[in-house]
Design a protein around this ligand. Structure first.
Ligand code: CP
Ligand code: NVA
Length: 316
């Protein structure tokens, strides 16, 4: 069965833990793992801008012994005329996996519907699941584990990062609190999915308005831009309602004394996070950025292995 990674809850808790274990081993022995030797090619397509995702996939696929094909989707026929399912079907004839950053989740779902190789979400409007694998690897490193730790995400609680924190954090057995203005709350369907996962992992999820309530005693304080890609012209005030949610020293004073700060980057210094918080002793942000590389290498390895047909299951 082809395994895709379209949203954080496409990995079970055991699978997520296995990917993070492998990522840690790959980080320790960076050039020892070459499952794409051959080389096998991976297409990495972008409908939106990127620095970290683009470079970390390019480098990571090369380090796995593979051949990365990093493409600006706008320069192709992708989604222009032919259906996205047909594009997924064609790309599957060339490459071992398809990594895609795009707009609506319906777009990546359509690619996956046509694809016969794993499809990986490199950020959509709804989720940023590769980022969360890097974040959880960072939490493991800095906090000694994920289960039972409290993670507070403050800012735009309706965006892709908020949704991924809810789902991936619950999968990792964390207590996840997301806080944002009343008009910027998470999708109730995502909250319901995260609650169901948390009930099995011993974690919990809460969607809040009060940033101090979210951050109180937290082991991890995370934030993200107040204006995600594609929202620049949506006519909503994306500054004033968010001011109480800025990650700064006053807000961090409510967190656990050992709390770490996460931000997926790019950061808008002076908006969602201050220089002091981003550059201070609590910040794990640049380890978090590095961990994209290790986490994605592990994810690709896992998906390709998990997608190999089981001969025992084939008809005679
Ligand atoms: N965090 C992240 O996805 O960064 P890029 O947009 O630069 O890829
Ligand atoms: N929420 C942000 C994340 C950027 C990595 C965006 O979608 O633009």
């Amino acid at each position: 069965m082809i395994r895709h990674f379209l949203a954080d809850d496409d990995l079970s808790p055991a699978e997520q833990a296995a990917v993070l274990d492998l990522a840690a081993r790959m980080k320790t022995d960076r050039f020892a793992y070459r499952p794409l030797d051959g080389p096998r090619s991976v297409a990495v397509l972008f409908d939106k801008h990127s620095l970290r995702t683009r470079i970390s996939f390019d480098v990571g696929i090369a380090e796995l012994g593979g051949h990365p094909l990093v493409v600006d989707a706008q320069a192709t026929h992708f989604g222009r005329g032919e259906t996205l399912a047909d594009a997924g079907r064609v790309l599957s004839r060339y490459v071992a996996a398809i990594v895609l950053r795009t707009h609506g989740d319906d777009r990546i779902a359509e690619v996956a519907q046509g694809a016969t190789v794993p499809v990986v979400n490199a950020l959509t409007d709804g989720y940023h699941p590769c980022q969360l694998l890097a974040d959880l690897l960072t939490v493991r490193e800095r906090c000694g584990g994920t289960a039972g730790r409290t993670l507070a995400y403050v800012g735009d609680a309706a965006n892709n990062m908020a949704h991924s924190y809810l789902l991936a954090g619950a999968t990792a057995g964390m207590h996840v609190r997301v806080a944002g203005p009343a008009d910027f709350q998470p999708d109730p369907d995502v909250v319901a999915r995260a609650e169901k996962i948390a009930s099995a992992t011993g974690g919990s999820v809460r969607a809040l308005v009060d940033p101090v309530e979210a951050v109180r005693g937290a082991d991890v304080v995370a934030t993200d831009t107040w204006t995600s890609m594609g929202q620049e012209g949506d006519g909503r005030d994306r500054i004033t309602p968010f001011l109480p949610y800025q990650v700064n020293e006053a807000l961090l004073a409510h967190a656990a004394p050992t709390a770490i700060v996460l931000h997926c980057l790019p950061a808008h210094r002076g908006e969602e996070i201050t220089d002091e918080a981003l550059d201070g002793p609590c910040s794990a942000v640049f380890d978090q950025a590095e961990n994209r590389l290790h986490a994605q290498k592990a994810l690709l390895t896992f998906l390709l292995e998990a997608s190999i047909p089981d001969p025992a299951a084939s008809p005679a």
